[in-house]
Design a protein around this ligand. Structure first.
Ligand SMILES: [Cu+2]
Length: 199
C-alpha cells in the first residue's frame, strides 16, 4: 500500500511538472527576401523563473572558415572558438561591434579562444589573418529561442506558465517582426503566426 501511494505521488509530481512548462509553436509569415532569423520569447511577468544556466557554445575554425558562420546564444553564454585546422594555420578573432568589441589575439592549430557575451544583440566578428573569414553571433535575452535558416515553422519548448511576448531577430536590414503577446497555461500554445513586415 505504501509502495503504491509512493508511485502515485511520483506520477502526480511528474504530471505537475509537465503542466508547469509548455511548448509554443507556429509559423513565420514572411516576404521572400528574408532568410535567417531567430524567434524568441521574453517573459512579461516578473514572477516567471527562467532557466539561466550558463553554456559554452563551440565554433570551429576549419579550412579558413568559421563553422557555423551564424550562431545563436543566450546573454551570459561563452563562445569558444577551436582551431581545428589540419595544418599549422593561425587564426585571430576580433570584433568592432558597438555591442562588444574584442580581439582575442592569434591561436594556432589545436588552440581554443573564449569570449563572454553579456548583452543581447548582434555581433559580427572576423579573423585579421584571413580577410574572407567572417561570422555572426545573435545574442538573445534568454534561452527561449530557435534559430531558423529560413522562415517556416518554429517550436520553442519548456516555456514556464505566464505571459510572454514572442518576437524575432531578423537579419535583413529592411524587415522586422511584429511581436505578439501570448499566455502560456496548461496546454501547448499552437498555430501562432508571427508576421515579418517592412520597417
Ligand atoms: Cu583566420
Amino acid at each position: 500500500m505504501k509502495k503504491l501511494s509512493f508511485y502515485f505521488l511520483l506520477t502526480y509530481l511528474s504530471v505537475q511538472q509537465a503542466v508547469a512548462a509548455q511548448s509554443v509553436s507556429g509559423h513565420i509569415d514572411s516576404p521572400e527576401p528574408v532568410k535567417q532569423l531567430v524567434v524568441y520569447a521574453q517573459p512579461e511577468d516578473a514572477s516567471i523563473k527562467l532557466n539561466q544556466a550558463q553554456k559554452t557554445v563551440l565554433i570551429s575554425q576549419k579550412d579558413t572558415e568559421f563553422h557555423p558562420p551564424l550562431t545563436a546564444i543566450a546573454a551570459g553564454d561563452k563562445v569558444q572558438w577551436a582551431n581545428d585546422e589540419g595544418k599549422e594555420i593561425d587564426h585571430n578573432i576580433f570584433s568592432l561591434s558597438p555591442l562588444t568589441s574584442f580581439d582575442l589575439g592569434l591561436g594556432g592549430k589545436g588552440s581554443k579562444l573564449e569570449q563572454l557575451f553579456k548583452n543581447p544583440g548582434v555581433v559580427n566578428y572576423y579573423c585579421s589573418a584571413h580577410k574572407n573569414m567572417e561570422g555572426k553571433i545573435i545574442i538573445l535575452p534568454n534561452r527561449y529561442y530557435q534559430l531558423l535558416d529560413r522562415p517556416g515553422d518554429f517550436l520553442i519548448e519548456n516555456l514556464p506558465e505566464g505571459n510572454w511576448t514572442l518576437n524575432a531577430v531578423v537579419l535583413h536590414l529592411r524587415y522586422k517582426a511584429e511581436p505578439i503577446q501570448l499566455t502560456v497555461g496548461k496546454t501547448p500554445v499552437k498555430d501562432l503566426t508571427l508576421k515579418i513586415v517592412k520597417k
